[in-house]
Design a protein around this ligand. Structure first.
Ligand code: HEM
Length: 206
C-alpha cells in the first residue's frame, strides 16, 4: 500500500461516520428517545462528541508517526471542521433549549458560571481554525503562519477539559473527565516527547 495515498472513498466514508452521531441525535430527538430530560441529553451528547472529535484530531499525528501512513494527515482538516460543527451544535442546543436564545441571558450566564465561560473560550478558539480550514485561506496565510495558528488546537484540548471538569465538579463526578484527561494527556505528551527527543534537539543540546 502506498502510505502517501488515501483510498478515494476514505473522505466520504469519514464524513458519513462523523455525521452518524448527529444524525442519530436528530432522529432520537424527533422520536422522543432522549429520556426524561431531552434538552439536557442533547446538550451533553453534543458536548461529548465535540470532545471526542477533538481527541481524534489530536490522535492523527501520533497515528501517522506510529504507522508511517502519511495519507492520514489529509483527513485532519475534515475532522477539525467536524470539531467546530459539533461544538457549534452543542452551543446552539444550549442557546436554544437552556437560554431560549436570549442573548442577554447567555451573557449573564457566561459571567455567572465559570464552566460556561471556559466552554465559550474553547468554542471561540475553534472559530479562527474553522475559518482558515479552506485551501484559499491556507494559500493566503502561507504555510508557516497557518501551521502556527493551528497550534491553537493544542490549547483547546486542555481548555475543553477544564470546561468538562468544572461542569462535573458541581456534581462531584469525575470518572469520565479523568478518562478524557488521560487521553488528551497522552496525545499532547506524545508530541512533547517527540519534540524533545528529536535528533536535531539532541544535537543542539550537545
Ligand atoms: C470546544 C468546545 C466545547 C467542548 C469540547 C465542550 C464539551 C462538553 C462536555 C464534554 C460536556 C459534558 C457532557 C456530559 O456530561 O456528558 C459539556 C457540557 C456542557 N457544555 Fe460544553 N463544550 C464546549 C463548549 C461549550 C459552550 C460554548 C457552551 C455554552 C456557552 C457549553 C455549554 C455546556 C453546557 C450547558 C453543558 C451541560 C451542563 C449540564 O448539563 O449541567 N459548552 N460540554
Amino acid at each position: 500500500m502506498n502510505k502517501l495515498l488515501l483510498h478515494p472513498a476514505a473522505k466520504p466514508v469519514l464524513w458519513l461516520l462523523l455525521a452518524l452521531p448527529a444524525l442519530w441525535l436528530g432522529y432520537a430527538a424527533a422520536n422522543n428517545l432522549l429520556g426524561a430530560n431531552p434538552a439536557e441529553a442533547l446538550i451533553r451528547s453534543l458536548g461529548d462528541w465535540t470532545l471526542r472529535a477533538l481527541c481524534l484530531t489530536l490522535a492523527l499525528t501520533p497515528l501517522r508517526q506510529i504507522t508511517g501512513w502519511s495519507g492520514l494527515v489529509r483527513l485532519r482538516r475534515n475532522i477539525g471542521v467536524t470539531v467546530f460543527i459539533y461544538g457549534t451544535l452543542h452551543w446552539l442546543a444550549y442557546a436554544v433549549f437552556d437560554q431560549g436564545l436570549d442573548v442577554a441571558a447567555i451573557l449573564k450566564d457566561i459571567a455567572k458560571r465559570p464552566f460556561i465561560l471556559v466552554g465559550t473560550a474553547a468554542w471561540l478558539a475553534l472559530m479562527p481554525l474553522a475559518a482558515t480550514s479552506f485551501n484559499a485561506a491556507v494559500r493566503k496565510l502561507g504555510g508557516q503562519a497557518w501551521k502556527d495558528l493551528h497550534k491553537l488546537t493544542y490549547a483547546i484540548g486542555p481548555i475543553a477539559l477544564l470546561h468538562f471538569f468544572w461542569m462535573r465538579a458541581g456534581k462531584n463526578n469525575f470518572g469520565e473527565v479523568a478518562v478524557y484527561a488521560a487521553i488528551v494527556g497522552v496525545l499532547l505528551g506524545w508530541r512533547w516527547w517527540k519534540r524533545w527527543s528529536s535528533p536535531q534537539r539532541s544535537m543542539a543540546k550537545a
